[in-house]
Design a protein around this ligand. Structure first.
Ligand code: ADP
Ligand code: ADP
Length: 231
């Protein structure tokens, strides 16, 4: 089974805007999938459906072939299994220092303190932020904040990691660092990664598969070779 998939997923906002119109897509375990599309294409709405912040109007989200159940337990499991990294790290970092920010998700899951510490150490290590642990989060560079935000999600040990514009606002070196980190998570942990991006340069370099959304629909899909081949 794919780690995560949607079948005929539809979502409309309260004002009647149809943001997702029968989206069917899937992401294989241990792959990086690009979700491409202009502003308003539906990328953010898709992601919020994938981690249970939004409940689909119709259609399904499936994890490992099992349809998500929209009861309290089903939603709690979905939110634990699918981690989201927002575009703006300031939307998810709010503790006094990096260590506490990265710990937060683990504490929130009700894990034993010892287990939280183990996971935090591992997440700091993987994201290359160990040396920043005692720094006030607000004093970090944008790229450092992005990595700390990823560490905070890794602590929950999600199976699927979703990132909204992970490379936006970074210089070329920052882009390479973040993308290498994601490749590392895919290759060493077998994590399933979805990234929404405007950055077409990273797709052939780092994505295994990609979907182009427009007007809430899937317009194109394929491997980067398929999508970027000259006709
Ligand atoms: P993207 O992330 O690709 O820019 P979005 O998922 O944000 O796209 O938006 C998809 C569609 O839903 C757009 O038409 C957008 O205007 C609309 N939309 C997004 N958020 C809201 C909202 N809170 N209320 C009403 N419509 C919204
Ligand atoms: P609080 O005062 O909110 O309970 P603490 O600062 O005492 O939080 O930290 C809780 C636990 O996290 C401590 O047992 C400590 O071992 C660990 N911890 C806190 N900060 C760090 C750090 N910078 N590096 C390693 N472990 C830390």
């Amino acid at each position: 089974n794919p780690a995560i998939e949607t079948k005929e997923l539809c979502y409309a906002y309260e004002d009647g805007t149809t943001a997702l119109d029968h989206i069917t897509l899937s992401a294989g375990r241990g792959s990086i999938t690009g979700i491409l599309g202009a502003n308003g294409a539906g990328k953010s709405t898709l992601f919020l459906n994938l981690n249970g912040v939004f409940t689909p109007k119709s259609g399904q989200v499936l994890l490992d072939g099992q349809p998500v159940k929209y009861d309290r337990k089903g939603l709690a499991a979905l939110r634990r299994r699918v981690g989201i990294v927002f575009q703006d790290p300031d939307d998810q970092l709010f503790s006094a220092d990096v260590y506490r920010d990265v710990s937060f998700g683990g504490v929130n899951l009700g894990l034993e303190p010892k287990e939280v510490r183990r996971r935090v150490e591992e997440a700091l290590e993987r994201t290359g932020t160990s040396a920043l642990r005692d720094r006030p989060t607000h004093a970090l560079s944008y790229g450092q904040k992005k990595r700390v935000a990823i560490a905070g999600v890794l602590v929950m040990e999600p199976e699927v990691l979703i990132l909204d514009e992970p490379t936006a606002g970074l210089d070329p070196q920052g882009v390479t660092e973040i993308m290498r980190l994601l490749v590392q998570l895919r290759d060493s942990l077998g994590m399933t990664i979805l990234i929404a991006t405007h950055d077409m340069d990273i797709v052939p370099l780092y994505c295994d598969y990609a979907y182009l959304l427009g007007g809430g629909r899937v317009l194109l899909e394929g491997t980067p070779d398929d999508l970027f081949a000259n006709p």
